[in-house]
Ligand binder design. Structure first.
Ligand SMILES: [Zn+2]
Ligand SMILES: [Zn+2]
Length: 318
């Protein structure tokens, strides 16, 4: 499905297969006075071939790319940006709070320290570190030109405002045109709820309260009109209903966690097993810990959950 507005503005979705559980990722070509790619796909031969093929359908080559605008530094979104930019002499833009993601994720030490503090068994930590290592082959580190909230990027006819929409990743941005199109990256996906992942501030190394950030970003997009062109799945025509659905699902899980913690205190790991045992069984421990931690941050923020700093046990206090 490509609503007419995309054709009118010469925006072409490029659907790229990935080796990741999420399935295909979308890069978007804006064929304006400049040729701009929004996100690129991961660093694999297949992804490169896919972009090359779609550009050729528009009578363009890789060398014709003028700019690459990145929403965030996950491998399926930026992995081959360095390679494409090298070939094309293109300028790449991204948000500075993605510095460690764009650098090939050099936060491994922070993650390990965090997991150890929370009593995660060594074997589980090793598995998560291995998963991070496995991702390395799908990305080439890059240092983009940094763009901040409120900056404006032009493709020619079209201009897009940079909106900082953190949560899924600390320096995640969306690109909002004045004519009703938003490149949303992984902020809002129609078919799945995206995760507010455990991550750290690039400047302070402090852990971000990513679910709280993510909820603010969802509330923002819920108030915008127009089409959202997501990184995965179908184009979203009613951002508000999708965003509000996710916000409500969060609320339900938050209630459930408060209820569990009113009966007994639990560590992050115990609580995670209690709620998402199946997902953990399938190897999604990192996603589960991220999700559950988000609700704990929320409860602490509202003063209804407390944590005992020595045991890292959480309990409801109201
Ligand atoms: Zn992502
Ligand atoms: Zn993604």
């Amino acid at each position: 499905m490509r609503p007419d507005i995309l054709k009118e503005y010469s925006i072409y979705p490029i659907k790229i297969p990935t080796p990741f559980a999420v399935g295909d990722v979308f890069s978007y070509l804006i064929k304006d006075e400049k040729n701009v790619l929004v996100d690129t796909g991961q660093y694999t031969d297949d992804a490169f071939e896919c972009v090359r093929y779609h550009l050729s359908e528009q009578e363009l080559t890789i060398e014709d790319i003028d700019e690459i605008w990145l929403t965030h530094g996950h491998p399926d979104h930026y992995g081959q940006a360095a390679q494409l930019a090298d070939r094309a002499g293109a300028t790449v833009f991204g948000h500075p709070l993605e510095r460690s993601n764009f650098g090939g994720n050099d936060d491994a030490d922070l993650f390990e320290a965090f997991f150890q503090k929370h009593g995660i068994p060594k074997g589980d930590i090793q598995n998560m570190v291995n998963q991070l290592d496995w991702l390395q082959q799908f990305q080439l580190a890059i240092e983009p030109e940094w763009i901040q909230e409120g900056a404006v990027l032009n493709s020619g006819e079209l201009s897009f405002k940079v909106v900082h929409t953190p949560g899924h990743a600390p320096g995640h941005v969306s690109y909002q045109s004045d004519r009703g199109v938003i490149f949303g990256g992984d902020l809002l996906l129609g078919h799945i709820s995206t995760n507010a992942l455990i991550n750290f501030d690039a400047e302070t190394d402090q852990r971000n309260r990513s679910l709280l950030q993510y909820r603010e970003s969802l509330k923002w997009i819920s108030e915008q009109g127009g089409l959202v062109l997501p990184g995965h799945g179908e184009i979203i025509q009613h951002a508000a209903s999708v965003a509000d659905h996710h916000l409500n699902e969060h609320k339900k899980r938050y209630q459930k966690i408060k209820q569990l913690l009113s009966k007994e205190s639990m560590t992050l790991l115990e609580l995670s097993h209690r709620i998402f045992a199946d997902a953990i069984e399938k190897g999604a421990l990192f996603l589960v810990l991220s999700e559950v931690l988000g609700y704990l941050d929320w409860g602490i923020d509202e003063g209804v959950i407390a944590v005992d700093d020595s045991e890292m046990e959480y309990r409801a206090i109201k």
